[in-house]
Write a protein that binds this ligand. Structure first.
Ligand code: NI
Length: 208
């Protein structure tokens, strides 16, 4: 394996451990109400996850969680340079929205970067447009992004072994989908790898 493959491989392992750790933390907090056959972990009323954020959207406008009240949000934290996991998950979101059609109109798919240093407004704009016309991309200052990630208990860090000053680094990060209700509270979590059909079905059930 070359250096990049090793980095990706190591990141994959770390990502798995992080997801497992996050899930254990969540499950300890509140037992899942049920696990769907498609592998989605659904947790309702996850009181300790989620919260306020103030970020910049892909059009350059400052937005906060309050601007989305009355609509459901399907939030994914990731980064645009992610080689595999992020594009796969956002593709799943796009497919689920496609399946939902008109029934998904009240759900706003949201991508929040964990890598604001590279994910500028322009970069995020192009990225979300590639997945879904209604997808909202959010970035901000390092502090704003850190605060948002903290509210959602999202873990992220530059992959171990990243050289000082390197521009092509990988980021290890939590890979979960958060469904936020119109009241701003997290209604459910879906783990990475949830099938689009399952996601669509659960979204219809939880947002209908
Ligand atoms: Ni990723």
């Amino acid at each position: 394996m070359n250096r990049r493959q090793i980095l990706i491989f190591a990141s994959g392992i770390v990502a798995c451990v992080v997801v497992a750790w996050a899930l254990v933390a969540v499950i300890k907090e509140r037992r899942p109400t049920r696990t769907s056959p498609g592998g989605a972990v659904l947790i309702t009323a996850a009181a300790d996850i989620g919260g306020p954020f103030t970020l910049t959207d892909h059009t350059g406008k400052t937005v906060s969680d309050k601007d989305f009240r009355g609509r459901h949000l399907l939030i994914y934290f990731g980064y645009t340079f992610c080689p595999d996991v992020c594009p796969t998950e956002l593709q799943t979101v796009a497919q689920a929205m496609e399946i939902l059609g008109d029934k998904g109109k009240g759900v706003v798919p949201v991508f929040i970067t964990v890598d604001p240093a590279r994910d500028t407004v322009a970069v995020v704009k192009d990225y979300v447009a590639a997945f879904h016309p209604r997808m909202v991309g959010l970035t901000g200052s390092a502090e704003q992004v850190k605060a948002a990630a903290k509210e959602y208990k999202v873990y992220s860090r530059k992959a171990p072994g990243t050289k000082e000053g390197a521009e092509d680094y990988l980021v290890d990060h939590t890979s979960l989908l958060y469904l936020v209700g119109g009241d701003g509270k997290v209604k459910a979590l879906f783990k990475g790898g949830t099938r689009p059909e399952t996601l669509a079905k659960e979204l219809a059930r939880l947002t209908g």
